[in-house]
Design a protein around this ligand. Structure first.
Ligand SMILES: [Mg+2]
Length: 262
């Protein structure tokens, strides 16, 4: 089972013909049912579907998306939300979903709800000005805490169109946490998983004990820090640092771990 980040990892880089060749190898392995596939990405679900079409990616069995607040399973010609994961988040948030968060934060000046495709039952996303993002996140976190809602607000700045992005997520929700849960509650097991990633938000999944691939276009410190973290637990052999970037690096690692033959 290959579990992979998309941007910078499984999606071919624009100027790399070898990435396209590697992607074709993955398509063939999928067509012949030789490889399980999980996408684990910060993208929202619609954006994952757009990437599937745009890059002609092979269809995965599972999609972990929305910053680890939703999991989709392949069903027929499409995907459906995986109900056991929704049940888990409902239990973790003690039944407080987006309605409770929206009611609590609805009157905060400067917070605007993002478009519906960015929203999930357990992910409530707002826009703000870039300057106000940190202050508004602190205010939101104070209110969430006072109300006893088990959610946190995380602020970031959109690098493409500078403004504030504020995600309100269940406490502890992350891409890695969702993937680790999936690997222990679906029809595969953690020791079958090889995870591939390229950036800081992949660190937890790279070091949680799966066999792992860091692609060559990742920052050098990511592989170094992941190796140190694994070595501390005697697990450094689980990490493979690819010599090739993105899709080609993922394929190189899959061959190394015997997931894809020659
Ligand atoms: Mg990435």
């Amino acid at each position: 089972m290959l579990a992979t980040d998309l941007d910078g990892t499984f999606i071919p880089l624009p100027d790399r013909a070898d990435n396209q060749t590697a992607l074709e190898t993955f398509r063939q392995a999928r067509a012949q049912n030789r490889l399980g596939l999980v996408f684990a990405t910060g993208r929202h679900f619609e954006s994952v579907l757009a990437a599937l079409r745009q890059h002609a990616l092979p269809e995965p069995d599972w999609i972990v998306c929305d910053v680890g607040t939703s999991i989709y399973r392949r069903a027929g010609a499409g995907f459906e939300s995986y109900a056991p994961f929704e049940t888990l988040l409902a239990a973790q948030t003690r039944g407080a979903d987006r309605a409770a968060v929206e009611a609590l934060l609805g009157d905060v000046d400067g917070l605007t709800l993002q478009a519906p495709e960015h929203q999930q039952r357990f992910k409530i996303s707002y826009d703000s000005t870039a300057n106000a993002a940190e202050r508004l996140a602190a205010l939101a976190n104070r209110r969430l805490q006072e109300a006893g809602l088990p959610y946190v607000c995380l602020a970031s700045i959109d690098p493409f169109n500078p403004h504030g992005l504020l995600d309100v997520l269940p406490t502890g929700a992350s891409k890695a946490a969702a993937l680790i849960w999936l690997a222990t509650h679906a029809d595969f097991a953690p020791d079958e998983v090889v995870f591939a990633g390229d950036s800081g938000n992949d660190f937890a999944a790279l070091t949680c004990g799966f066999r792992a691939i860091v692609v060559a276009n990742a920052p050098a410190e990511l592989a170094d820090e992941a190796r140190c973290e694994l070595a501390r637990r005697g697990l450094e052999r689980r990490l493979f640092q690819a010599t090739l970037p993105a899709t080609s690096g993922v394929l190189e690692g899959c061959r190394r771990f015997g997931l894809v033959s020659a």
